[in-house]
Design a protein around this ligand. Sequence first.
Ligand code: IVH
Length: 670
Amino acid sequence: MNRSDAQIRHQQLRERIEHHDYLYYVLDRPEISDADYDLLMRELLALEAAFPDLVTADSPSQRVGAKPLDKFAPAPHAVPMLSLENALGENEWREFDARARRFLATEDELDYVCEMKLDGVAVELVYRQGLLETGSTRGDGLTGENITENLKTLPTVPLRLRAPHPQLLEVRGEVYMDLSDFRAFNREREEEGEATFANPRNAAAGSLRQLDPRVTARRPLKIFCYGVGRIEGVDEEPANHFTLLEKLGGWGLRVNLQQTRVLRGAAAVWEHYAQLLERRETIPYEIDGLVAKVNSRALQDELGAKSRSPRWAVALKFPPRQAQTRVEDILPQVGRTGAITPVAQLEPVQVSGVTVSRASLHNWDEIARLDVRIGDQVVVERAGDVIPDVVRVLTEQRSGDERPLPPPRSCPVCGSEARQLPGEVVYRCLNPACPAKLKETIRHFASRGAMDIEGLGERTIDQLLRLGLIRDLADLYALSKEDLLRCERMGEKSAANLLAALAASRRRPLARFLYALGLRHVGEHGAKLLARRFGSLEALSEATQEELLAIHEIGPQVAESVTAFFRDSGNRRLLERLREGGVRPESETGPRDATLSGKTFVFTGTLTRMTRQQAEAMVEQRGGRASGSVSRKTSYLVAGDDAGSKLDKARELGVAVLGEDDFLRMMEDQ
Ligand code: IVH
């Protein structure tokens, strides 16, 4: 290809990738499969390798292009980034509304835009002539830190705005982590022996403050935009805040319109707040309240600001999800990689409707930091994680009988030596044959995101190990019905079900199998990247470090871990035995078959066992189509929790409605 052809093709690829990024990340409505997207990206990278001068600052390849920094440069904000006043309770909210109306000298009810108050990190993005120029943290409101290269790695941050866009746009938003991503991320860190984050906000903040953008790139961060600083050269200045949000969406920025309401008067806002508080647990990210903003931008200007916060917006905060209880014991638990995690056993206590009886203390550094002892009164908080955190010890309530728990010298399960390896915060059991490790390895292998072997739960695994029926993963596939019947409480029917589940797991997609094997540093996302690039276990086992590093988003740690795994003769033997046991992971290139061809699915509400993207991918893999809106042509509406108007419409049109479980069953049958 000559240079001018390459240039034309490069431009086409760049625009197509941008377009699909927008559909996937911003609208949550992808139109092509991951595999097809990957082909576009690979072609772009290959072109740029052949013609390096084609690389532009806004090329999708440049999301992770920059070198690590020594420190962040200061980034002044042209318009100060204010913070919000809090209203605690209905009275304070009514006072806010009354004050605003007095200031405006009006008797009329005000229109408020009600947005979710995301619990993340505030940032500003500056676009000049549509190109992302600077991204920064809020800092003290006047000057933040320049974290442009890190923000560029977020797929939800457009590198270029969609036209027609303003000449200058300073947009503000919150960077956050979805709860499911946060949990998976913490789980991986725990297994790797790295310190875990107490809540998604800390995880987002820590991820944005990385000097090496490649680290940020691997963190599952997202942004929602909710406001602006300067806007210049816009075709039509939006008259109110809601239309501004719509405009931001049109320019390709991610806005949370679905969860935003325009309501008239203080009473309506308060009612909405109460409903939101009820729904809090069903929202896929952490929110700590509602932000009410006067909708009219003219009235906003009239109201102006006090020194730190505007007079036209207020945060209606949720009560904290904290409670006080007693630490009855601290038990060390051993994970898949031998990491020993201290878990506080608590006197059961209610925290916003959920009974809490355990809290993770993460590691012994954290125990020392909190100075938590057995018998202490503590404050626990549910902050994003399924397992709550201990936030504070009430030392003033100590009786003197409290006992500290020293770091382990030996593994609580097998008794072998345990210690902290250089550079790690966790203590690890050093015995490669520790039964706890094997148990956790099997549990991980069988788990839902991995081989998904239903019926192979903790109790059954314990018994199979105790009876000596399994010594490694491959033994699972040699189990007979007679073997299983030796387990307590295992009847004919459950044994048959488990055997069927094991049989079904033999043909899981390669990505799941790779994830199930539990290679260090290879999480669900990494496993998908590897499966997509290599297509088969054989090809992956021969991959060189260079080939691995050439994959977008695969870093040196993962590359090293993968090659080390396949070098190890024990692992090679294990893979061979799994193969002999009939395990044949399927490669994932293109639609698997077309059993759902001609069928259109629409998803609505919150899915609890998968993300919407995963659900849509399942449909597409089977040749079906996923669409965003319900019509007569829709074959099925899949309704998760909190389904709204789409469900009503489907009923009206007589479209078949499936629950999440029905849907999963249907996918398994196809
Ligand atoms: S508006 C002048 N909207 O809350 C208006 N802030 O306590 C300033 N936040 O620093 C912010 N969600 O980090 C606004 N929908 C939302 C928000 C939001 C979260 C955060 C933001 C801000 C803090 C103020």
